[in-house]
Design a protein around this ligand. Structure first.
Ligand SMILES: NC(=O)c1ccc[n+]([C@@H]2O[C@H](COP(=O)([O-])OP(=O)(O)OC[C@H]3O[C@@H](n4cnc5c(N)ncnc54)[C@H](OP(=O)(O)O)[C@@H]3O)[C@@H](O)[C@H]2O)c1
Length: 262
């Protein structure tokens, strides 16, 4: 892959920061987007060619600033990574939590991709959407989050088909649980739900292989890949396993103490 300009939302921490480091390692120029300047500046430290852009992807003003920067920099790759991971029982989720989750995880990537179609068409570029294994395997106590990642996967499929005639590739990434700030919100569920966590660096290194080859989607190279295959072929098997988990008193107790708001 020759030198590209890569814009990453949510680049101040977690998977976004690790993707920025990975892009830099491969010799690409990066534009780092987030709401707070300090974490973005920390990500930029040590990168060879990084620009920091403070913007909120859920606002028209924020996306206009991103579009101006993307046009000026001749954007090649947009990585829609910024997201929240709300968890907890559905009955404690408030309207504001649901709206905030869908605004950041679903509406923002759709609107931002639309706003950047000009530069992406000019470069015959690539859209990368950071989804989740929960975008295939809907998890109890992650209902709003799972719904948002199902939506992002649906958007990715439609977009891939719609943008192929323009030469724009669409890559949907589905990491499993990852040790980030977002994961602190569901930490109490990790043990009882037997989740395995990757480091953001491992996720980014794996992801970059799919990005560089303009792959259509990428699942983790772990047992979750098999679970997704079973979910797609025989969802009733996954129902049985996850209903048993949802009934487990330890899981119920952990979910009660694990409300994490977006
Ligand atoms: N952690 C996991 O277990 C896991 C697993 C699979 C997939 N994912 C996905 O990976 C992505 C990144 O999550 P993460 O775990 O790395 O979380 P994270 O460390 O909390 O990072 C989220 C980033 O998004 C930025 N952000 C939040 N709201 C924003 C907004 N309105 N506009 C612009 N930037 C915003 C935050 O910075 P500011 O607050 O400064 O804006 C933050 O740097 C998400 O899409 C998540 O769903 C996570």
């Amino acid at each position: 892959m020759t030198r590209r300009t890569v814009l990453i939302t949510g680049a101040g921490s977690g998977i976004g920061r690790a993707l920025a480091v990975e892009a830099d390692r491969h010799g690409h120029r990066v534009i780092l987007v987030g709401r707070r300047p300090e974490p973005l500046a920390q990500t930029a430290t040590g990168l060879r060619d990084a620009r920091v852009l403070t913007a909120d992807v859920t606002t028209v003003k924020g996306r206009a600033a991103i579009a101006a920067a993307a046009t000026e920099a001749r954007l090649d790759i947009l990585i829609n990574n910024a997201g929240v991971v709300p968890s907890g029982a559905l009955n404690v989720l408030e309207d504001g939590d649901i709206a905030a989750t869908l605004a950041l995880n679903v509406a923002a990537p759709i609107a931002l991709t639309r706003d950047l179609l000009g530069p992406l068409t000019a470069s015959r570029g690539q859209v990368v959407n950071v989804g989740s294994v929960f975008g295939d395997i809907a998890f109890p106590y992650f209902a709003a989050y799972s719904a948002s990642k199902f939506a992002l996967r649906g958007f990715s499929d439609a977009l891939r088909r719609e943008l192929a005639p323009r030469g724009i590739a669409v890559t949907y990434l589905a990491p499993r649980a990852t040790q980030t700030q977002a994961a602190q919100g569901f930490a109490r569920l990790v043990g009882p739900m037997a989740m395995a966590l990757d480091t953001p660096e491992a996720v980014a290194a794996h992801a970059w292989r799919a990005i560089a080859t303009r792959q259509r989607e990428q699942l983790p190279a772990s047992r979750e890949r098999l679970f997704v295959a079973i979910q797609r072929l025989r969802p009733s098997i996954v129902d049985r396993v996850l209903i048993r988990l949802a009934r487990d008193p330890t899981v119920i107790a952990a979910a009660r103490g694990s409300l994490s708001r977006p």
